[in-house]
Write a protein that binds this ligand. Structure first.
Ligand code: SF4
Length: 330
């Protein structure tokens, strides 16, 4: 590992100023992803600014409803928080589906949003990878793509976004609060991660030096009945082949409102807007859920390795929405 300077930040403005002034500086919080990347030589910062002790570790109710989640709230604490479990069970379920207990004890909310892809070629410094080394090519295009995305891909990159937490948050219309040298701004999580296009190395809309300070989730009554289902190769500590986050409001057999997002299939946490539109005002039936999933997946471009994700996504969407619709009528 290349040597680097290390500072522990005591205030957010100071941390932002330090990193903004140094193009070779990076923030570190839980370090569960970044430290691996330092060891693998994927990133080689000269200076790390540790933001893990900043006073951003609280979950608070917002005036008017919803939650503000500090950027350094640990994944385990967020999953167990009584307000999260009560108001947004989908978020608690998604967090508990991610990583391992040890990792969840350390990983932070802000860091979870910024975790990088697990594409094997990205993590192998000897392989061509446009995300790690822009313009070098993409070894995955002729390689092993079982875990890769089928939605939002480009001819330069088809890496899937690995987060479970972000899939639930994007379904809940979360906003990311960002502090930069010119002050604070908010970004809808749905637009926080970029599609790869011809610049897969640019993963989010953050500028160098900008720090995530919180994630805010608006009030959503129907989210009290929400669910996350993750399909994976083994029961724990595995990334999603397909995951579905959903909240559903059904009255008299008709879908009044729905939130739906997909993981494991998108190059970013994938809000399934096409499916949502197809569902609202229609019958809450398995056939309608399957048809909505089909509409969302019409834009998919799978490889031979991951074409199984199309029927898997469809059946997972049907299972999750049918479960929620069943709870509504009980
Ligand atoms: Fe790199 Fe993306 Fe290709 Fe993976 S899929 S090798 S991350 S460019």
């Amino acid at each position: 590992m290349k040597p680097f300077a290390y500072d522990r930040a005591t205030d957010a403005d100071g941390a932002v100023a330090t990193v903004t002034a140094d193009p070779d500086a990076m923030f570190v919080a839980g370090g569960t992803n970044l430290v691996d990347h330092l060891k693998l030589g994927l990133v080689t910062p000269e200076h790390l600014v540790d933001v893990s002790r900043l006073p951003l570790d609280q979950v608070t109710e917002r005036e008017g409803g919803g939650l503000r989640i500090g950027a350094t709230v640990r994944n385990a604490d967020l999953a167990a928080h009584p307000l999260v479990r009560q108001l947004y069970p989908v978020l608690s379920h998604a967090l508990l589906a991610g990583a391992s207990g040890q990792l969840r004890n350390v990983a932070t909310t802000g860091g979870n949003l910024l975790q990088r892809t697990r594409c094997a070629y990205f993590q192998d410094v000897t392989a061509a990878c446009n995300k790690r080394d822009p313009g070098s090519g993409c070894a995955a295009l002729s390689g092993w793509t079982r875990y890769h995305a089928i939605l939002g891909t480009s001819s330069d990159c088809l890496a899937a976004h690995p987060s479970d937490m972000a899939v639930a948050m994007v379904a809940l219309d979360a906003e990311v609060v960002v502090l930069g040298p010119d002050g604070e701004r908010r970004v809808a999580l749905e637009h926080f991660h970029r599609l790869p296009g011809d610049r897969p190395d640019l993963e989010t809309v953050l500028e160098h030096g900008e720090l995530i300070t919180a994630v805010e989730i608006p009030p959503l009554a129907m989210a009290r009945r929400s669910a996350y289902r993750k399909v994976r190769d083994r029961a724990s500590y595995a990334f999603a082949l397909v995951s579905v986050a959903a909240a559903l409001d059904v009255q008299d057999g008709v879908v009044r409102d729905v939130r739906l997002a997909l993981g494991g299939v998108g190059t970013r946490p994938w809000r399934a807007r096409v499916a949502e539109e197809a569902l609202v005002g229609g019958p809450a039936t398995e056939a309608a859920f399957a048809e909505a999933a089909r509409a969302e997946l019409a834009a998919a471009s799978p490889t031979d390795d991951n074409a199984f994700k199309i029927p898997m996504t469809r059946s997972t969407v049907v299972a999750v929405l049918s479960g929620l619709a069943g709870e509504e009528t009980r």
